[in-house]
Design a protein around this ligand. Structure first.
Ligand SMILES: C[S@@+](CC[C@H](N)C(=O)[O-])C[C@H]1O[C@@H](n2cnc3c(N)ncnc32)[C@H](O)[C@@H]1O
Length: 271
């Protein structure tokens, strides 16, 4: 088993050797992850970005969660320090925390009840034996109808790295199989909303997986009513009643029933 101090030291070094490069040159994996997450984040949302690294995705999320708040947490102190000095948005905070041991501290600092929790390239770095407990903790930090968004290397990519380029693997770097993930997340109260294999630099290289808490059926959240939206909706309802419904009734009911009658008794005369 790898000690937490070793993992922390690894990511403090990884910060300089790899992560800062993402700020200089951009990174397609991160860009695609941000694009996957953004549509799920609404104004006013509370979001937790677990293993935020240097905060690139956290910053993108904050742009969406206007009027809400986003927290980026990471094991690596240097990542958190760098993120707090480079991401300048009033609705973001970063702090050092281990998601496996510090859930209580995270709840104290943030109030918990997150609408969206993201793990961008993090789940594969969690020790396998700790994953079921991780999902339980994440569920405990979730608001009702929350989403949990995971992006991670696909099993086929991880296996190919293990075979051909093991030196590129990080200190803990597991193959995450979908059935195992669904069983672990399901036991904690999450179910699958979206799963896709994504082409990043190679075909089928990454997984985008969106889980949701198993809450009762609920009406989708509606935007705040405004006068112009109200007028627009009334015009739409009136047009539908006056034109669309009569036309559909003629096209799909009256005409077809008449046709049916004609076919049944071809010699009858229309009244
Ligand atoms: C591969 S990096 C991904 C960083 C960032 N999300 C990105 O996509 O660029 C994995 C990150 O997860 C963090 N991490 C690993 N285990 C963690 C844990 N138990 N709690 C919090 N962060 C953790 C590491 O410190 C590291 O910054």
């Amino acid at each position: 088993m790898v000690a937490r101090a070793q993992v922390r030291a690894f990511y403090d070094e990884f910060f300089e050797s790899r992560m800062v490069q993402y700020r200089l040159f951009g990174n397609r994996r991160i860009e695609l992850a941000a694009r996957r997450i953004e549509p799920y984040v609404q104004p006013g949302h509370r979001v937790l970005d677990v293993g935020c690294g240097i905060g690139i995705v956290t910053e993108r999320i904050a742009g969406r969660a206007r009027g809400g708040r986003v927290w980026g947490i990471d094991l690596g102190g240097r990542n958190v320090w760098y993120a707090s000095h480079t991401v300048r948005k009033s609705n973001v905070s970063f702090f050092t925390a281990d998601i496996l041991t510090d859930a209580g501290h995270i709840r104290e600092r943030t109030g918990g009840a997150f609408n969206v929790i993201t793990l961008v390239d993090v789940i594969e770095h969690i020790p396998e034996a700790e994953r079921p407990g991780l999902f339980v903790r994440l569920k405990g930090l979730s608001a009702p109808n929350a989403l949990l968004i995971l992006t991670y290397p696909s099993p086929q990519y991880q296996r190919s790295l293990q075979r051909n380029r093991p030196q590129e693997l990080q200190i803990i770097d597991n193959v995450v199989e979908l059935p195992t993930l669904l069983a672990e997340a399901g036991a904690a109260g999450f179910s699958l909303r979206h799963y896709s294999l994504e082409d990043v630099w190679m075909r089928n290289q990454y997984v985008h997986c969106v889980l949701q808490t198993n809450d009762a059926l609920a009406e989708p959240a509606r935007p705040e009513p405004t006068l112009s939206r109200e007028i627009g909706e009334r015009v739409q309802r009136a047009t539908r009643k006056a034109f669309v419904l009569p036309w559909r009734r003629w096209r799909f009911v009256t005409r077809i029933l008449k046709e049916e009658q004609r076919e049944k008794s071809p010699h009858a005369v229309d009244s």
